[in-house]
Ligand binder design. Structure first.
Ligand SMILES: C=C(O[C@@H]1C=C(C(=O)O)C=C[C@H]1O)C(=O)O
Length: 379
């Protein structure tokens, strides 16, 4: 563990030298961690069997990797410095009517396809540019301050540029032979407390499509041994938004991470259902390339010390440590790409037969505040 100041200086140094690195903090933790690559080569994962940190695009064409054995790994404790500036305090700017019209037209086209039976749900995204005076690391620090429950990260790589985000969505967590994933969908602005949130049948259905399909795909890819467990859907808060979430877990058939990721990505939370038809519609109709937005990122195959209770016959050892591998991968949402003092913000939302194009536009506007609120200096 090093001091926070030394931690951020090391990141700054890597930015100056244009060397690849990633820094992140997991949900509800106060440790920031970084993989600082120590050479200029560009690595990709072949089969997700390496150890390190992956950064994959939506299409699955680019799977960048910062290998553990080519990097210095540093950790620091990061405490909250100032009071939380909730994203809902962001003052909305004047609506860009031309962009709104384009998005609504796209949503209408999708609804027509859904009604004709091509697919049941599709997630449509757009990109928006916002000016910022802040340096990359200041934006990252603002995210750390504002979103303690999100996975906050900054990824900098010669092949992708700088990406920064605070995602509420886990793609999958693997510890030894257990996996955990989630179905997250349905969005409303955070105005009522989590316990009092009411959801329309459209949002309930939209989220159910995600959990049903995740379970189905896990079965199709023969990922689990025995039963797959699901919680009841419940409401969660993510910044200025509320979503519906189901937690899904089970025991893995084997340690083939590649097969597990293929079964899950892209889930109907970011693509649609059925997967292939929705994906085709996205690739043919969205107005900008998603790049790494709605792809995934995280630690793969890191060695972890697990303390286990001794069995009763071995009383002198209260606990013994064993080494196991763990992976923790998140969906790249509520994120931006930093391009020459401008933040390119990526936002999307799920469309079903009952969608209202204007409400869908507003949902993307609400989602954009997660990032917009951290682009200004915070006192
Ligand atoms: C696609 C995004 O978010 C996803 C889509 C949601 C929805 O359609 O309601 C909710 C949460 C996320 O799974 C995004 O933030 O860009």
């Amino acid at each position: 563990m090093i001091q926070a100041m030394a931690f951020f200086n090391a990141l700054e140094d890597h930015i100056t030298k244009n060397l690849a690195f990633v820094a992140y903090r997991k949900p509800d933790e106060n440790i920031v961690k970084s993989f600082l690559q120590n050479d200029t080569q560009s690595y990709t994962t072949k089969d997700f069997a390496e150890s390190g940190f992956v950064f994959s695009d939506f299409c699955g064409n680019k799977n960048l990797l910062i290998p553990e054995d080519q990097s210095e790994v540093i950790n620091a404790e990061y405490e909250k410095e100032n009071s939380l500036n909730e994203a809902s305090e962001y003052i909305p700017e004047i609506t860009n009517h031309a962009e709104q019209k384009k998005h609504e037209t796209l949503v209408e086209k999708a609804i027509t396809e859904i009604k004709s039976g091509t697919f049941k749900k599709v997630v449509l995204a757009r990109k928006e540019s916002a000016e910022t005076q802040l340096a990359a690391l200041s934006i990252f620090k603002n995210l750390l301050q504002n979103y303690p429950k999100a996975f906050c990260y900054i990824w900098s790589h010669p092949e992708s540029g700088i990406w920064i985000g605070a995602t509420p969505e886990t793609l999958v967590k693997v510890e030894r032979n257990r996996f955990k994933t989630m179905a997250l969908a349905g969005t409303q602005a955070y105005k009522t407390e989590v316990e009092e949130a009411a959801w329309t049948p459209k949002e309930v259905e939209e989220q159910k499509i995600v959990s049903d399909e995740i379970v189905q795909k896990l079965k199709d890819f023969k990922v689990a041994i025995g039963a797959i467990k699901l919680t009841e859907p419940y409401t969660v808060k993510a910044g200025n938004l509320l979503h519906i979430r189901t937690d899904i877990s089970g025991i893995l058939e084997n340690d083939n991470l590649s097969n597990l990721l293929e079964s899950l990505h892209p889930t109907p939370a970011v693509c649609g259902f059925p997967r292939e038809a929705a994906k085709q519609f996205i690739l043919e109709n969205e107005l900008s390339n998603r790049e790494f937005y709605s792809g995934f990122l995280g630690e793969i195959n890191l060695k972890q010390e697990v303390k286990r209770n001794s069995n009763r016959r071995n009383q002198e050892n209260q606990a013994y440590a064993s080494i196991s591998k763990q992976s923790q991968i998140f969906v790249n949402l509520r994120c931006m790409k930093l391009v020459e003092g401008k933040a390119e913000i990526f936002i999307g939302g799920g469309i079903t037969a009952d969608s209202n194009p204007t409400a869908e536009w507003e949902e993307t506007v609400n989602k954009s505040y997660t990032i917009k609120s951290v682009l200004v200096h915070q006192e």
